[in-house]
Design a protein around this ligand. Structure first.
Ligand code: PLP
Length: 424
């Protein structure tokens, strides 16, 4: 066996969680959490924007560049075959992660944004016509609004918006009422990036399918927190981003039911998405390759595969239980901060805590907390219509990950006391 083959067979380091979910051990898997910011320990409460990366993901990507790098699907040489195997192995990991029926249903894309644009510009452009309707909800990220607005402008279709209540829950009766005979597509977030609300996707799918509409689920904020099962959800499309789920940036997934992907025209033209090309006519490849024009993000896909392994080692249920404990602690602790109002209080939610503090601009909150080494997000969170729904221009948002602790929340509360001292 060559040195290369031997080194490629070295198994990646595994996280030992045999004694149960030990958040300190989990934290040790993330080198960046040992950093100090302005001389203070990093308190990272911005996982909804992007999660931190465990060593296993960093190692898998370094390993690819150090030992396996070659272009996929093209070469006959050893490394190209190896890179292709690793890339396709990552696709199979995503298939299992989503419980998709077929591996061909997994399309690698740049992220959730590209996944949604892909569906809008392929299935949307061919199946949505003037007078048809696309239904979204009031809590969508701009990524799940703008591509549909663009489609509506191109086709003469109409965008409809299902409202939410003051707690940040979808009004299902209203949503049902808005699904009419012209509704071609319902596109909705599994989890809101501002409110943390978990939407009842199965029920939404039932309602939409009963009227012949397709359902796309924006899973960007669900993938790091929930066990996913696209077959149980029954959705037609599911979009996610690697970087929100402990994987790298620049890679994400579009899941699409096989028969739908097969009927869809290509998104972009180029290498790999073709069967044959002549100046007279090009024959397109089958899914998923039809939708993966050009050299893909190979290291990204492999890194995403490593992130899926990492999530599997922790266990979706164990992560959710841990995060729910920290979330409850945070909700109580923040509710006790004078003048603080939580935005997003649905009973079914993940660890996303948006809030406003009486008379203090969210950017000021973020800036003061930053000097304490605390990273939170401030602004409209790419959800301006949702901000308008709550009569706000911006919120501060603390968001949790598998490594978040009650000590992080204590630090946040202490930081907020400092903010109040300075501004009130
Ligand atoms: N949808 C939701 C709910 C999000 O939170 C985000 C990112 O914040 C996106 C879509 C877009 O994801 P990306 O920027 O990775 O494409």
């Amino acid at each position: 066996m060559s040195n290369l083959e031997t080194s490629l067979q070295t198994p990646p380091k595994r996280l030992d969680l045999t004694a149960g979910y030990d958040v300190e051990r989990v934290r040790q898997a993330f080198p960046i959490l040992a950093e100090t910011i302005y001389g203070k320990p990093l308190i990272y409460l911005d996982s909804a924007a992007t999660s931190q990366k465990p060593q296993a993901v960093i190692d898998a990507m370094s390993r690819f560049f150090l030992k396996e790098n070659a272009n996929v699907h093209r070469g006959v040489h050893f490394l190209s075959v190896r890179a292709t195997e690793e890339y396709e192995k990552a696709r199979a990991k995503v298939q299992r992660f989503l419980n998709a029926e077929h591996v061909e249903e997994i399309v690698f894309v740049r992220g959730t944004t590209e996944a949604i644009n892909l569906v809008a510009q392929t299935l949307g452009k061919t199946q949505v016509h003037a007078g048809d309707e696309v239904l979204i909800s009031a809590m969508e990220h701009h990524s799940n609004i703008v591509p549909w607005q663009m489609l509506c402008e191109q086709t003469g279709a109409h965008l409809r918006v299902a409202p939410i209540d003051d707690a940040g829950e979808l009004l299902l009766d209203e949503l049902e009422r808005l699904i009419g005979p012209r509704t071609r597509l319902v596109a909705v977030a599994h989890v809101s990036n501002v409110l943390g609300t978990i939407n009842p996707i199965q029920r939404i799918v039932e309602l939409a399918h009963a009227r012949g509409a397709r359902v796309l689920v924006d899973g960007a904020q669900a993938a790091p927190h929930l066990r996913l099962d696209v077959r149980a959800l029954g959705c037609d499309f599911y979009a996610l981003s690697g970087h929100k789920m402990y994987g790298p940036t620049g890679v994400g997934v579009l899941y699409g039911r096989r028969e739908l992907l097969e009927a869809m025209p290509p998104y972009q033209g180029g290498g790999d998405m073709i069967l044959s090309v002549s100046f007279e006519k090009t024959l397109y490849n089958k899914p998923p390759y039809r939708f993966e024009a050009g050299t893909p993000n190979m290291a990204g896909a492999i890194g995403l595969g490593a992130a899926i392994d990492f999530l599997g080692e922790l266990g979706a249920e164990a992560i959710a239980a841990h995060e729910q404990t920290v979330l409850s602690y945070a909700q109580q602790a923040l509710a006790a901060v004078p003048g603080l109002r939580l935005i997003g209080t649905a009973p079914e939610k993940v660890g996303v805590l948006s809030f406003v503090l009486d008379g203090i601009h969210p950017h000021d909150i973020g800036t003061v907390l930053d000097r304490e080494g605390i990273a939170i997000r401030t602004g409209h969170h790419c959800a301006q219509p949702l901000m308008q729904r709550f009569g706000l221009a911006a919120t501060a948002r603390a968001s949790l990950g598998c490594y978040s602790t009650e000590q992080d929340i204590d630090a946040l509360v202490t930081g907020l006391a400092k903010v109040r001292e300075l501004f009130q």
